[in-house]
Design a protein around this ligand. Structure first.
Ligand SMILES: *Cc1c(COP(=O)(O)O)cnc(C)c1O
Length: 351
């Protein structure tokens, strides 16, 4: 079992990258090919009428990186955006995995890690979380070998809702023989648990976050990856040049400027989650509610399929997780508006 801390150098990280990408030249966009003053733009076959959307977006999302960097107190040169963090999951997988390389993850967890591994032709090795949804460290480490390229860690985890022990995360980042990606999609609900402030300690770590959950903007598709300058360079090499469009950029910049609005909504959702938890605990149909630090609850029912169907009959949709390991009879319930949560509770009471 691996207990030795790996001493990462840039050369060792480079050796994890798919070899053909190391020499790949990124697409050069019209705007990147000149320096100096630009009064008349006749270089990109755009439409000339200034509608606020007639120009191509900045391929490196400079303004947005500066805004997020300032907000997170993080070097903007070590940030890259994705069309949702979904896109980053795919890009990260394709940077490091060729066919027969291995990707590790800990189900029940976010489904995109497996899909991305499948697209890249990589082997997906899963080690189930324990029944309490903690990481079985020894069992996980026993699955690592020289084909291991990526380990996905999701904390707080979807769909279980718990955060992983930071000491365990740190140990795994130190000992995994490849790239560790820490998915912090729900970090806005527990910002004190973020590893972002410590990223420089871990050359093999990529952290992803998103504007889809706490920030309330799943519709604009904007996620961010934070990593070492070398990994950021690789992400910039393979990304489509205009993946973050002008409309998304404008909305994101506006929202990032109003952090208090986000914080107020996050606080409301946390108190609604707590209320849901307290009320659900009183119901006969509920068997167990897993502790959550997010905007959702994983709830084990005595008979989840009956509950699921009954909720649907009431036009209330929750997410079935019963097929996932250690999540038998479990449904994942997102905290909504107070009146929506009331409707859910009323429907469950009437069961
Ligand atoms: C929702 C979610 C994401 C977010 O994906 P986006 O593509 O940014 O909307 C990423 N990871 C996890 C674990 C999630 O639950």
């Amino acid at each position: 079992m691996t207990t030795t801390k790996i001493n990462w150098t840039t050369e060792k990280i480079e050796a994890l990258v798919r070899p053909n990408l190391l020499s790949l030249k990124a697409y050069s966009s019209a705007r990147a090919e000149f320096k100096g003053r630009a009064d008349v733009l006749l270089d990109a076959n755009e439409s000339p009428w200034p509608t606020g959307r007639n120009r191509y977006p900045d391929p490196s999302s400079t303004e947005l990186r500066l805004a997020l960097g300032k907000l997170k107190n993080f070097n903007p040169d070590q940030i890259v955006f994705g069309n949702g963090s979904d896109e980053l999951v795919d890009q990260i997988t394709r940077i490091f995995c060729k066919e027969n390389d291995a990707v590790h993850a800990l189900p029940p967890t976010f489904g995109m890690y497996k899909v991305a591994a499948g697209i890249a032709g990589a082997e997906f090795r899963d080690t189930n979380l324990t029944p309490e949804f903690t990481i079985p460290v020894d069992e996980l480490k026993a699955t690592w070998d020289d084909r291991s390229k990526i380990l996905w860690l999701c904390s707080p985890n979807n769909p279980s809702g718990n955060a992983m022990d930071p000491a365990v995360l740190e140990d795994l980042i130190h000992t995994f023989p490849g790239i560790v990606v820490l998915d912090e999609a729900y970090i806005d609900f527990v910002p004190e648990l973020s590893f972002l402030g410590r990223l420089d300690e871990f050359p093999n770590l990529i952290i992803t976050q998103t504007l889809s959950k706490g920030w309330g903007m799943a519709g604009i598709r904007c996620g961010a990856a934070f990593a070492s300058p070398f990994i950021i360079r690789m992400l910039n090499t393979i990304k489509m040049p205009y993946n973050i469009n002008v409309l998304t950029t404008g909305v994101a910049l506006d929202a990032l400027g109003k952090k208090e609005e986000m914080q107020a909504k996050v606080d409301t959702l946390i108190s609604e989650r707590k209320r849901l938890e307290a009320e659900l605990a009183k119901l006969d149909c509920v068997d167990y509610i897993f502790p959550s630090v997010t905007n959702f609850l994983l709830v084990r029912f005595k008979d989840s399929s009956t509950v699921y169907q009954n909720l649907l009959d009431n036009a209330i949709v929750v997410r079935n997780q019963a097929y996932q390991p250690n999540a038998e009879n479990c449904l994942r319930i997102t905290a909504g508006l107070a009146e929506e949560n009331d409707r859910l509770l009323a429907a469950l009471k009437a069961l």
